[in-house]
Design a protein around this ligand. Structure first.
Ligand code: OSB
Ligand code: MG
Length: 368
């Protein structure tokens, strides 16, 4: 498969509802969109890095530099038989998982299309819909309780509440009191330390499915210590930047659930290895989200059809995030299940070029 050309542009989509987590508030989604072309077919991916390093240490400027100056020029005009063949291009670079994943994911889409297969099939997944939960940002307790109720009514199978110091026990107590049977989880985005062990232990009373990333983004050891002291299963997100982190977390019982984000993990090959390793440890996984547009959302949905994705993922309806999406297909959940876009090979979604032109600058084009 010879890559004839590539296109890179920045897309800016306003969020319908600002999204607040312990590290700050997002008002819009700004992301790089990559298109790879070969033999008249196109592969798409979006990057999930934030403009500044607040969720993880990767940020947009570094990503754009690596993509523009190194990764894209290294593939344009060259042939790659399969995603494994990209390793010499991707492997030399430290960090920048999200930049590497952007290139790798676009290639997977292109490759699946060249084989005339759905992306899910080349990844090893199956099925035409996946279970979905929602992630609710930080806000006033009364309105959060209302939002939990409306999403449960829509059929979402798990509600994740963002928490931070001062916005944790009272929130969870109120939501649990209102919805005794709901599958509830919390996500701290790394805002606690072991000094908060007693507080985190008090969450055990609320029968949470898991607590996501309570401690530092770059820590595994302290999560293992915390797991010895609390009953609620710990789910790691930020800490799992690759297969080695997953191995260490599993071996040390620092994670009884793992959130897989392809961007954070450096691409599909590493995500698939993490998926398989978790299965070997009997640890369930689910697909995390980064407020993606339809391109990243479609990637997440295909991945979520793999067998060890046994917990609902953050792949909720696109209409919760954006008034209009950059793909033509509507990615909407039905009774808590997200249909897999299967209208064509690869991702199964097509770009709405007219709308895209209004939310991005002209693409930068790369040729041999
Ligand atoms: O921790 O999973 C997270 C959004 C931005 C950064 C980090 C996270 C999130 C979410 C949103 O929880 C999930 C989604 O609805 O896409
Ligand atoms: Mg998270």
């Amino acid at each position: 498969l010879r890559i004839d050309s590539a296109e890179l542009r920045l897309v800016r989509l306003p969020l319908i509802t600002p999204f607040t987590i312990s590290t700050g508030t997002m008002y819009e989604k700004l992301f790089p969109l990559l298109v790879l072309r070969a033999d008249g077919i196109e592969g798409f991916a979006e990057g999930v890095m934030d403009p500044l390093p607040d969720y993880l240490d990767e940020s947009l400027p570094g990503t754009l530099a690596l993509l523009r100056d190194v990764l894209i020029p290294a593939v344009v005009g060259k042939s790659f038989a399969n995603p494994q063949a990209l390793a010499p291009v991707l492997a030399p670079w430290r960090g920048h998982q999200m930049a590497r994943a952007t290139l790798e994911m676009a290639f997977w889409d292109l490759w699946a299309k060249s084989l005339n297969l759905p992306l899910q099939t080349v990844l090893g997944g199956a099925g035409d819909a996946v279970d979905v939960g929602v992630s609710l940002g930080i806000g006033p307790i009364d309105s959060t309780v209302e939002r939990v109720g409306s999403h449960l009514e829509q059929g979402y199978k798990r509600i994740k509440l963002k928490i931070m110091p001062g916005h944790d026990l009272t929130l969870v107590r109120a939501v649990r009191a209102a919805f005794p049977d709901a599958h509830l989880t919390v996500d701290a985005n790394s805002c606690y330390t072991l000094a908060d062990t007693a507080l985190l232990g008090r969450l055990d009373a609320f029968d949470l499915d898991y607590i996501e990333q309570p401690l530092a983004w770059n820590d595994i050891h302290d999560h293992a210590t915390l797991q010895q002291r609390i009953a609620t299963p710990i789910c790691l997100d930020e800490s799992i930047k690759g297969v080695q982190e997953a191995r260490k977390a599993l071996q040390s019982d620092a994670a009884r659930v793992i959130n897989i984000k392809v961007g954070r993990s450096g691409g599909y090959l590493d995500s698939l290895r993490i998926h398989d390793l978790c299965a070997a440890f009997n640890v369930p996984v689910w697909c995390g989200g980064m407020l993606e547009s339809g391109v990243g959302r479609a990637h997440n949905i295909h991945l979520s059809t793999l067998p060890n994705f046994t917990k609902p993922g953050d792949v909720s309806s696109a209409s919760r995030y954006f008034h209009r999406d950059i793909v033509e297909q509507k990615l909407e959940t039905v009774a808590g299940r997200m249909p897999v876009p299967l209208e064509g090979p690869g991702l199964g979604v097509t770009l709405d070029q007219a709308f895209l032109a209004t939310v991005s600058d002209a693409p930068e084009v790369f040729r041999p």
